[in-house]
Design a protein around this ligand. Structure first.
Ligand code: CMP
Length: 136
């Protein structure tokens, strides 16, 4: 069934630092995801903690928030048919070692922390995550 959705993608500090932004954007656009909005920013650790608060009970939470705020990131609103699912398929598994061939994390991820991209895991979270970065 056709369903036009929007989802949020974050190109994380490890990928921005290695100048992979344009390559990753091309993967999205070549796979029928339109980039509706994009901006580069450097968030604070408090902002990262707010963004990732669903993970606050996890042992990796502190490192995760420190990492996302460690350098510039690029945030994108992606739009297309089944955008949430398509984006997650293009990203691959959280741990680059377990990601399928030709996924973004397999191609560019360094470790489970430095895994190059984040993508919303559901339509509900996509709305919240888009608002977090783009609601004025
Ligand atoms: P992301 O999709 O941005 O969502 C939460 C992030 O936590 C995840 O990608 C990983 O980069 C990071 N992370 C670190 N350790 C783990 C872990 N053991 N399990 C899941 N995510 C982890």
């Amino acid at each position: 069934m056709s369903s036009i959705e929007q989802t949020l993608s974050i190109i994380k500090p490890d990928a921005v630092e290695r100048n992979l932004t344009d390559k990753i954007k091309t993967i999205f656009t070549e796979n029928n995801l339109k980039i509706k909005e994009t901006k580069k920013l450097h968030i604070t650790k408090d902002e990262a903690s707010e963004f990732y608060k669903v993970h606050q009970s996890k042992p990796f939470y502190n490192d995760l928030c420190g990492y996302l705020s460690s350098g510039p990131i690029v945030v994108l609103i992606l739009e297309g048919d089944n955008a949430v699912k398509i984006n997650r398929k293009l990203m691959g598994a959280t741990d680059p070692k377990k990601a399928e061939e030709n996924t973004i994390r397999k191609l560019y991820g360094i470790s489970i922390d430095k895994n190059s991209v984040h993508g919303s895991d559901s339509l509900e979270n996509a709305k919240k995550e888009i608002d977090f970065f783009f609601k004025s």
